[in-house]
Structure formats: structure tokens, C-alpha cells
Design a protein. Structure first.
Length: 280
């Protein structure tokens, strides 16, 4: 699940002050409670089927035809980007429901992002439409829906059911590379995880991989960027294919199986990662 917080200007949204555990519970429940009642404008791409509200549906903006085309092209590209990043071959249809900003909170539980359904056979993403796109500083492009939720769709289909937030959110944040956003010169800009890590190290202690694996009480804005940086480092250090073998394990089996898959124990990996962060 992606619940973004925004800082600066007139778009000052506070992140949901809940524990990671409660975020996961909200994710599970919301996937069953999303209100899909129409009317919808349905537009088909090669793999993306996009549902948007008609123009003048509510007091908030609905996407026009040019924006709809841009979003479909964005998400088609996102699927290819994810497949390339984690050695998958996802090619199924994905339905995306975009809710107007003023209705999203009531319909899907948040107006600062969205979530992916847990249905492997008929994958869906429920997301908030903001009339202003957000700049992605890693890919150097403007996006409306982005990468995070599609990672959940692809990994469930290709790697298995999420058994831990460590890899469930770890993969999404590693491939996305960003969490949260700020306003710069009247443009929303995603916050890069690596820049967030630098601020965390300046003002508090970096969480260890052991903390990220077992502590369910870490706030989202601390957990998401840190688990994203850790999993990205794991991909670079041990190879994506090796880490993919661990994806569907629960948190206890991850630690037990880590040395079999990577050649390092979980404690050895922890020492290497913390040393890597200290030397940045």
C-alpha cells in the first residue's frame, strides 16, 4: 500500500500516523471495501484498462482524454520497467481505478495514494487522481500513478503471495526508489529514499535489517525509505534472482534461509549493509 505524505506550499498532507502493522491491516481490508460504483470512463491499452470519472463528475478534476492516454502509456512503461528490474515476465491485464481527489478518502481509504488488490487472477489498482502530476527525480519524468502499486501486482503474480512487509514493501520501495513528496517551485517532487536516509542518519539512528524484519511498530515514513534502500542494496549485492527466492517466505524463514540463498548469514549481511551505509 502507498500512502504518500506531502510537504511544503499549500499541499501540506500529514502522513497517516499509524504503525506498519496497521497499514498492512488497512491494506488488507481496503482491498475488499473499495467502492467501484460508477459512472466510469473505461479506456483500454495493451495491458492497462483504466477507469476514470467523467468530466465534471465532482468538484475535483477528472482526467481529460490526453491525460488518460498519458496515464495508460505511463503504466504500460511501468510494467516493462518492473519486469526489467526484478527479472519477471508479467504481461497480464491490469485494471486501474482512478478516484477524484475529493472522493478518494471515502471510496478507498486514502487521498494520498492508493493500493493494489490481492486478487492474482484479476489484478486491480485503486488510486487517487491528482490533476498535477508528480516529478520522479530518479526516472526524470512526471507521473500520475507511478511505480509502487504496480510492483505489488507484478510480484504477487510472478513471485508469490506477500508473507512479510520486509519484502512486500521492500520490493515496492526499492524499485520505486522514492517515498513521500515535497513542493518545489509549485511542482510536487518525490523524495528519493537515499536522500531521506541521509537525513535519518543525521538526526537519528539508522534501523538495522533485523529491526526492519521484526519490528512491526515502525512508522511508515521511517520504514518505507529504509527498507527500500536495504532491498535495493540486496539486489546489487546478491543478485535479484537470489533475493526473489526469499520473497514469499515469512519473516522467520527469511532469516533462516538467507545463508542458503546468498552465502551470507543474516547477521553477516547486516554487518555488511551497516558498514556500507556508514561509508556513504
Amino acid at each position: 500500500m502507498q500512502v504518500m505524505y506531502f510537504e511544503g506550499g499549500n499541499n501540506n498532507y500529514r502522513f497517516m500516523k499509524r504503525t506498519l502493522f496497521l497499514l498492512i491491516i488497512l491494506f488488507s481490508l481496503s482491498s475488499w471495501k473499495a467502492d467501484k460504483k460508477g459512472p466510469w470512463v473505461k479506456t483500454k491499452g495493451e495491458r492497462i484498462i483504466l477507469y476514470t470519472r467523467p468530466i465534471n463528475y465532482s468538484d475535483s478534476s477528472s482526467p481529460d482524454s490526453l491525460t488518460i492516454k498519458e496515464i495508460i502509456n505511463e503504466q504500460e512503461w511501468v510494467i516493462d520497467y518492473i519486469n526489467s528490474s526484478i527479472a519477471t515476465n508479467f504481461n497480464s491485464k491490469v485494471r486501474i481505478y482512478l478516484y477524484n481527489l475529493d472522493e478518494a478518502k471515502a471510496k478507498i481509504g486514502t487521498n494520498g495514494g492508493g493500493f493494489a488488490s490481492s486478487n492474482k487472477m484479476f489484478p486491480k489498482i485503486y488510486f487517487t487522481f491528482r490533476s498535477q502530476s508528480i516529478f520522479d527525480p530518479i526516472r526524470n519524468k512526471n507521473v500520475y500513478v507511478g511505480i509502487h502499486e504496480m510492483v505489488h501486482v507484478v510480484t504477487r503474480n510472478q513471485l508469490g503471495r506477500i508473507r512479510s512487509a520486509f519484502f512486500g514493501e521492500g520490493y515496492a520501495n526499492a524499485i520505486d526508489g522514492c517515498y513521500g513528496a515535497k513542493v518545489l517551485d509549485d511542482q510536487l517532487v518525490f523524495r528519493r529514499n537515499d536522500s531521506t536516509i541521509l537525513r535519518i542518519k543525521e538526526h537519528s539512528s539508522l534501523l538495522s535489517p533485523h529491526d526492519l524484519l521484526y519490528d512491526s511498530n515502525i512508522q511508515a515514513r521511517e520504514f518505507y525509505p529504509q527498507i527500500g534502500c536495504l532491498v535495493e542494496w540486496m539486489f546489487d549485492t546478491y543478485g535479484v534472482e537470489s533475493i526473489n527466492e526469499l520473497y514469499k517466505l515469512n519473516r522467520y524463514k527469511i532469516e533462516n534461509e538467507f545463508s542458503r540463498v546468498t552465502g551470507d548469514t543474516f547477521d553477516e549481511m547486516t554487518s555488511k549493509y551497516l558498514a556500507y551505509q556508514q561509508n556513504l
